[in-house]
Design a protein around this ligand. Sequence first.
Ligand code: SF4
Length: 334
Amino acid sequence: MSLTAVSSASSIPEHSGASVRHDWTREEIRALFALPFPELMFYAQSVHRLHFDPTEVQISTLLSIKTGGCPEDCAYCPQSVHYDTGIKAEKLMSLDAVLAEAHAAKRAGASRFCMGAAWREPKDRDLDKVCAMVEGVKALGLETCVTLGMLNAAQAGRLKASGLDYYNHNLDTSPEYYDLIITTRTYQERLDTLGHVRDAGVHVCCGGIVGMGESAEDRVGMIATLANLPVHPESVPINMLVAVEGTPLARGQRGKLDPIELVRTIAVARITMPESVVRLSAGREDMSDESQALCFLAGANSIFYGPKLLTTANPGRDRDMRLMNRLGLVPMER
Ligand code: SF4
C-alpha cells in the first residue's frame, strides 16, 4: 500500500519511512512540520507501524544517583550551581541504595534502569563506582543507561566494558539556539561525546527539549541535527520544558509551548528516525492524558515511569497504568 493511495497529502512521498536516511535537509523537515495535522499524524503512524508494534511502549525508570551541585549552566536545569532552586547538592549514592531502587523499578515493570549524575564529566574514581552500579543493575536483568556528562574515549570504553547498554547525552536544541541555553560546554563537545559513546559500541540515547523559548526553526534544526547523525540514536527523548523557579527559564519569562507543537515534534522525530525509540520524556506531569495520547499516536513509544524524574515531578505509576490501560498500550518486551 502506498501512503499516497490513501492520503490526500501530495507532499507525503510514496514508500517513505521504509528506509533510514541521514541526509535530511532542513527544507524537508520544515515541510514535515508544516503538514496539516491529520496528514502529519497519518504519515508518522504509517512509519511507526513499519518498524514497531504501535501498542507497545518501552518503560524506563530514571534515578538521580548524584544530585545537584553541577558546575554547568544549562538554563533549564535546577541542578546547576549557577541557579538558586533549593536543590541541595548530594554525594554519589551507595551501590546498595542504587540496587535497591533498581529492584523496585524492575518489580514495577521497568525494562531499563537509567542513572543520572549531575557532573560536567565523571572523575575516574567516580566512574569506577558507576561501573559497579552498571554491573549490579545488569545482573538484575535490566537494561542499563547512564548520563554522566561529557565523556572521553577511554571513559566510554570503560563503561562499555562494565556492560552498559545506553548512554544518554542530549543535544538539547538547535546549534543556533544552543548558546542561549548553555555557555559552559559547546555543541561540538556534545557531538564529540556522542561520537565516543558510539565508537565504544554503547547505544546512544540523545534528544532535546522543546518549550525553552526556541523558534519553530530551532525545532527544525534540532531534529535535523539528530536525524543526520552518522547513526541515529537508538533512543530519542523529546522533553517538554519543566520550568523550575530559580532557573533562567522559569515560567513567566517565556510563554508555554502549545502541546500540539510537542506532538508535531514527536511526529517529525518518528518520521525522520524511523527505527529509533522515541521517548515522551520530561513534562508529562503537566500534560493532559489526551495530549499524551496524541504523542503516542504521533509515534512516541517510550516513557519514564515513576513519580520523579531526577529532581522534577513525573506522573505517578497509577496514573500511567490507568492511561496505558485506557489506550490499550502494553509494556514493550526487551
Ligand atoms: S543538565 Fe546536566 S550538565 Fe546541565 S546543569 Fe543540569 S546536571 Fe549539569
